[in-house]
Design a protein around this ligand. Structure first.
Ligand code: PEP
Ligand code: MN
Length: 257
């Protein structure tokens, strides 16, 4: 397959991908300063090198919590400074680009926007790494094409994120396509990470799928962690308890020995 991907290393402050693995963890959504601070401190202490947290949430129902938006970004900026950790947050709308650029070390394009071509072209003009999540029903080819839209603007710093696709399996929220990891690496040379939280929708499946991802050669993982998952305003069922994140990171460290 002909494509224009380069094989540059991606620097995120002092993280160098793919030499360093990306351990991205944090709540689905920023809910309050205390919630984010507590989570950020905990995940950093246990080996996360990037904090994830959404300020603008793409929710399936318009009646669900939509995120704290600008207030969320203010909290994220404050927590990032206080804890000293890189952050990633989702850009849903071009109009929010400047605000997100100001705080986020990596700009996330969510599944629902994987084929929002004007958004892809716009982030292609930016100089920050882009985390491109696979569309909910996207083929691998469509996902690679989406990355090519970003490259067209001149931005080669793309991290691909497999987050599960919709299939006939009714036991999990989506189906994790683990084979996409080596395929994307072979076809594009881009780093690939896996999000087992959105892929499964079930917290007890996050650890086995995260370990499978690392075993398949993923350059990292992105997982949702919450201080009190049963009270989370979004994605509580797939959010890890703190002790589960600690256990996951312990197992990953053992694997990598
Ligand atoms: C997220 O990671 O916050 C998210 C909404 O995931 P996805 O776009 O994969 O559904
Ligand atoms: Mn979520």
């Amino acid at each position: 397959m002909k494509n224009n991907f380069s094989f540059e290393k991606i620097s995120i402050v002092d993280i160098k991908v793919p030499d360093d693995k990306l351990f991205i963890a944090g709540p689905c959504a920023i809910e309050s300063y205390d919630q984010l601070l507590e989570t950020a401190k905990f995940v950093k202490k246990n080996g996360a090198n990037v904090l994830r947290a959404g300020a603008y949430k793409p929710r399936t129902s318009p009646h669900s919590f939509q995120g704290l938006k600008e207030e969320g970004l203010r909290i994220l900026k404050q927590v990032k400074k206080e804890v000293g950790i890189c952050v990633v947050t989702e850009l849903m709308d071009i109009r929010d680009l400047e605000k997100i650029y100001d705080v986020s070390d990596i700009i996330q394009i969510g599944s629902r926007n994987m084929q929002n071509f004007s958004l892809l072209l716009e982030v292609g003009k930016q100089d920050k790494p882009i985390l491109l999540k696979r569309g909910i029903a996207a083929t691998v080819t469509e996902w690679i094409n989406a990355a090519e839209y970003i490259v067209m603007g001149g931005n080669n710093k793309i991290i691909m994120c497999e987050r599960g696709i919709r299939t006939y399996n009714d036991y999990t929220r989506n189906t994790l396509d683990i084979s996409a990891v080596p395929i994307i690496k072979r076809e594009t040379g881009l780093p690939v990470i896996v999000d087992p939280s959105h892929a499964t929708g079930i917290r007890d499946l996050v650890k086995p799928m995260a370990l499978a991802a690392i075993a398949a050669g993923a350059d990292g993982i992105m997982v949702e962690v919450h201080p009190s998952p049963e009270n989370a305003l979004s994605d509580g069922k797939q959010s890890l308890y703190f002790h589960q994140f600690e256990d996951l990171m312990t197992s990953i460290k053992r694997m990598r020995l």
